[in-house]
Design a protein around this ligand. Structure first.
Ligand SMILES: N[C@@H](CCC(=O)N[C@@H](CS)C(=O)NCC(=O)O)C(=O)O
Length: 214
């Protein structure tokens, strides 16, 4: 599928993984860069696109998609030429969906628990607790080398970048399998390209913020 694809991004945020994804999929897109340093995400123009005031967001052929898991599934299905996701009918389709949904429904709330030192009641919480979530991820990676075993997929772009920043912030404990996985996914040329692109965008943002102060 092609058509107009607008991608709302801010450097060094969760949307950086979508920028890596777009490069990996070789998808044509128009980048709309939001300067968080001057609060662009809270301006009415952007809230009219995504009322949550968060990135990433994409608008494809006029339809809005937010939430990393949904964006990854949607883009991988829309731009299948690189075969970076198991399609419907592939035995790995179920595990693929499992790990993309697990990211938003278990990993994200669990790391926020860790950050805020909140202990949810294990039996009431939909994701158990932080330790159970991390044990499942570590076991999966120990069986690796990728989330789907031998097969690299866009799920690894999401998880590789998420584990990189959450270990960097000291939220997720570094285990040998997580360290090796971050390295494996991080060695892809798309990751280096996005790091450099984000660096350049950030410099532009900082200059604009400094100018606004004066
Ligand atoms: N549930 C969203 C979370 C996105 C998110 O947390 N984005 C952060 C950047 S890392 C953001 O836009 N923060 C801006 C703000 O809240 O002001 C997703 O999965 O995409």
């Amino acid at each position: 599928m092609s058509g107009d694809l607008i991608f709302y991004h801010s450097p060094n945020t969760r949307s950086s993984s979508v920028l890596i994804l777009l490069e990996e999929l070789d998808a044509p897109y128009t980048l709309k860069d939001l300067n968080f340093k001057i609060g662009a995400q809270r301006q009415p123009e952007y809230l009219a696109v995504n009322p949550m005031g968060k990135v990433p967001a994409i608008v494809h052929n006029g339809a809005l998609v937010t939430e990393l898991g949904a964006i990854f599934i949607y883009l991988a299905d829309s731009f299948p030429l690189k075969k970076l996701a198991p399609g419907i009918g592939d035995p790995l389709r179920g595990p693929f969906l499992r790990w993309l949904v697990f990211y938003g429904s278990a990993f994200e709330p669990a790391i926020m628990d860790r950050y805020t030192k909140h202990e949810p009641p294990r039996n009431m919480s939909a994701y158990g607790d932080f330790d159970s979530v991390m044990a499942v991820i570590n076991d999966q990676l120990a069986a690796g080398p990728y989330m789907l075993g031998e097969r690299f997929s866009v799920a690894d772009i999401l998880w590789g970048t998420a584990l990189r920043w959450t270990t960097g912030f000291g939220l997720v404990p570094v285990t040998p399998q997580i360290a090796a996985y971050i390295e494996r996914v991080g060695s892809r040329p798309s990751v280096a390209w996005v790091a450099e692109t984000d660096k350049q965008l950030l410099a532009i943002h900082e200059a604009a913020a400094a100018q606004e102060k004066n």
